[in-house]
Design a protein. Structure first.
Length: 567
C-alpha cells in the first residue's frame, strides 16, 4: 500500500533504534491516513478496519552487521562449507583459519586476537573421522583468548558444526572461555553439505548477543512478530524464494558503499558472497587498486588525464558520501561500478562451486571432458534473471544506465531478464516471505522490482560486421519485428513494461544462444525500460585499442541503449 523512510536513530542523541522506526511508521500514517501508533508511540495490534497492524517484522544491519571468524580443517572442504553457512546467514566473514592455510600457529593466534569477531564458527572433519585436527583448532582459540567486539559482560559465542566425536574434546579445551553451541556437522560425509542447522544457530545467536548491543534493541525485539534478521540474510531468503517459486536461476547483487554482496541460485543451490573491499564510497580506492587503472579507464569516454581521474577517485575516498555533480564524475563512478561488479562476480564464481573433495565417477569417454571436483555452479548461459540493487544501480539517473552497467559487468549469455530493486525493499520482503509468502511475492513483482527488459547475447567467435544471429519478435502488439545482429553491435528494440513477446532466434553457424551451436531458440521475454537488447560485442566484450576509436565505440553503445541522451 505505501512505504515510509526515516533516518536511523541508533547513535546519539537518541541512542534508541525504535525512535527511527516510529518516525518511519508516522510517515506511513500520513501517506495512508490510517492510525498505526497509539499515544505512547507503540504499534496498535491487532488491527481493526480503521487502525493498527496485524504483523510487524524487521531486519537490521546495526553495528556494522554480523562479523564472523570461520575455522575449518581443510580450506577447500569443511572450511569452505562453514564459510557458505556463515555467508548464507548474512555474516561478513572476516577471515578463515584452517589447518592448511600456510600461516604458522603464532600468526593464526595473533590474527584471532586482532579480529575481535562477533562470533566464531568452528567446523572440521566428517562424522566419525579423526579428532586431532579439530582439537588443534580449538587449541588455537584457547591460546588466543578472543574477546567480542561489542558488549562486555558475556562470553564470545562459538558455533561448533564439526565431527560429532570431537564434541567432548572441544568442550574440554574451551571450557569457560567461550559460549559453545553444538549443531549438526556441515559436512557429515564428504558427499553431503548440511548448512541449515549452522545457519539457523548463527541467526539465533546474532539476535541474542550481537543485536542485543544495539541501543533500544530490547524494545524492538518485543515489537516484532518474527525473529529479526540480518539485512543480507533477508535479501538471500528472498532470492531463494523467487528462484524456487518461478523455477529459475537467479543472480542478485547489492553494491553498497563498503561491500558488494552477490547472491545466486543455480540448480536449486543458494550461494552468497561478500566482497568486503569492493564498494562505491568507503572502499572505492580498493576497486581502483584491485581492478587496475586500465580496466577502469576502458569504460570511460571522458578525455581526462590519468592523474585527474585518480584525483577524482581520491576525492571520493576523502568525502565518501558525495554523489556525482558533473557528467565526467558520473562516467568515472559508473566505470568503477562496472569493475566492482565484475570482480565481485568473479569472486562469487570461485566460491559457488560443487563440493570439493568428492570423488567423481568417470568413464574413459568423459575423463577428458571433466575437470577436477569443485566446478563453479554459476553458468551465465543458464541464468534467467539478474536483479541489481544498491545506490549506483537503483538511483542511476537513467534506468538504461543501470541496465548497461549490469550487461557490461556480468556479460550474460543467451537470453537473460534484467531488473533493479527500486528502493531496496528486498530485505523487508525476505522476512515477510517467511510469514506471508504470497503477499511478499506480490509486492516484490509489482512494486519492488523495476523490470528493465531482456538481453540476448550469443556465445561464440565474434568478428566485427559478421552476422551473429537473426531474430523475430512476435506478439508485442504490432506486426512481427525482424532483427539482424552483427559483430560489434549493440541494438535495442522497444518492448514496454508489462508487455510480453515471443523471441525466435536463429543463431549463425558456430554461435550459441542457449540451445546449442547454430540451433534455433524460442523464448518468451517481458519488457521494461530498455526493452530487448541484442549484444553482439563478444564475450569478453571487445574494445578498440585506440582511445579515439574506443571513445566512439562507448558513445555508440550508450546511445544505442539510451544510456546517453543528447542535451
Amino acid at each position: 500500500m505505501a512505504r515510509g523512510e526515516a533516518p536511523t536513530t541508533v547513535e546519539a542523541p537518541f541512542d534508541d533504534v525504535t525512535v527511527g522506526v516510529a518516525n518511519a511508521v508516522r510517515e506511513l500514517e500520513e501517506v495512508t491516513g490510517r492510525r498505526l501508533l497509539d499515544e505512547a508511540g507503540k504499534l496498535i495490534r491487532p488491527a481493526t478496519d480503521q487502525e493498527g497492524v496485524d504483523v510487524y517484522v524487521s531486519t537490521s544491519s546495526a553495528g556494522g552487521g554480523l562479523q564472523m571468524l570461520v575455522m575449518g580443517v581443510v580450506r577447500s572442504m569443511t572450511a569452505e562449507s562453514a564459510q557458505r553457512a556463515a555467508l548464507g546467514a548474512g555474516a561478513i566473514v572476516m577471515d578463515t583459519i584452517c589447518s592448511n592455510d600456510r600461516r604458522l600457529p603464532y600468526q593464526q593466534i595473533q590474527r584471532i586476537r586482532q579480529l575481535r569477531p562477533d562470533m566464531i564458527l568452528l567446523a572440521g572433519g566428517i562424522d566419525g573421522g579423526t579428532v586431532s585436527h579439530v582439537a588443534k583448532l580449538a587449541e588455537l582459540v584457547r591460546a588466543a583468548r578472543p574477546t567480542a567486539r561489542l558488549g562486555m559482560g558475556y562470553r564470545l559465542p562459538l558455533v561448533y558444526a564439526g565431527n560429532r566425536l570431537a564434541v567432548p574434546v572441544v568442550r574440554e579445551i574451551l571450557n569457560g572461555l567461550v559460549d559453545i553451541h553444538e549443531v549438526e556437522n556441515v559436512r557429515p560425509v564428504l558427499e553431503i553439505e548440511n548448512l541449515g542447522p549452522a545457519r539457523d544457530a548463527i541467526h539465533e545467536l546474532f539476535m541474542e548477543h550481537v543485536m542485543a548491543q544495539a541501543p533500544g534493541y530490547d524494545k524492538l525485539k518485543t515489537m516484532t512478530d518474527a525473529p529479526i534478521m540480518p539485512t543480507p540474510g533477508a535479501v538471500g531468503k528472498l532470492v531463494e524464494i523467487v528462484a524456487r517459486e518461478r523455477g529459475i536461476s537467479v543472480l542478485g547483487v547489492d553494491i553498497g558503499g563498503a561491500t558488494t554482496d552477490v547472491f545466486s541460485v543455480f540448480r536449486g543451490k543458494f550461494n552468497r558472497t561478500v566482497s568486503a573491499n569492493l564498494g562505491m564510497s568507503y572502499s572505492v580506492g580498493n576497486v581502483l587498486t584491485s581492478a587496475g587503472y586500465s580496466n577502469v579507464a576502458r569504460w570511460g569516454w571522458v578525455d581526462l588525464p590519468e592523474q585527474e581521474i585518480r584525483n577524482r577517485v581520491k576525492n571520493k575516498i576523502i568525502r565518501p558520501t558525495t554523489i556525482p555533480q558533473l557528467l565526467e564524475d558520473l562516467v568515472i563512478e559508473q566505470a568503477l561500478a562496472r569493475e566492482a561488479l565484475r570482480l565481485s562476480l568473479q569472486q562469487h564464481k570461485e566460491f559457488a562451486t560443487t563440493l570439493k573433495g568428492v570423488q567423481m565417477r568417470r568413464t574413459v569417454a568423459d575423463a577428458f571432458a571433466q575437470t577436477s571436483s569443485g566446478q563453479t555452479l554459476v553458468n551465465m548461459m543458464e541464468l534467467d534473471l539478474i536483479i541489481g540493487s544498491g545506490g549506483v544501480l537503483s538511483h542511476a539517473p537513467l534506468r538504461e544506465q543501470a541496465a548497461l552497467m549490469m550487461i557490461d559487468a556480468f556479460e550474460p549469455l543467451g537470453v537473460t531478464q534484467l531488473a533493479v530493486d527500486s528502493i531496496f525493499m528486498m530485505p523487508h520482503l525476505g522476512v515477510l516471505g517467511e510469514l506471508a509468502p504470497e503477499a511478499a511475492m506480490e509486492v516484490f513483482w509489482r512494486d519492488c522490482l523495476v523490470p528493465l527488459g531482456a538481453v540476448v547475447a550469443p556465445a561464440g567467435r565474434m568478428k566485427p560486421g559478421r552476422v551473429l544471429l537473426e531474430a523475430r519478435i512476435e506478439g508485442a502488439g504490432e506486426a512481427p519485428q525482424h532483427v539482424v545482429l552483427r559483430g560489434g553491435e549493440l541494438l535495442r528494440v522497444e518492448l514496454p513494461e508489462g508487455a510480453e513477446a515471443k523471441l525466435v532466434i536463429e543463431p549463425a553457424r558456430g554461435m550459441d544462444v542457449g540451445a546449442g551451436r547454430g540451433r534455433r531458440l524460442e523464448r518468451r521475454v517481458w519488457g521494461g525500460k530498455v526493452g530487448i537488447v541484442f549484444d553482439g560485442r563478444g564475450r569478453p566484450i571487445q574494445f578498440a585499442s585506440d582511445f579515439k576509436q574506443r571513445r566512439e565505440q562507448l558513445l555508440a553503445w550508450a546511445r544505442a541503449i539510451g544510456a546517453l541522451r543528447e542535451g
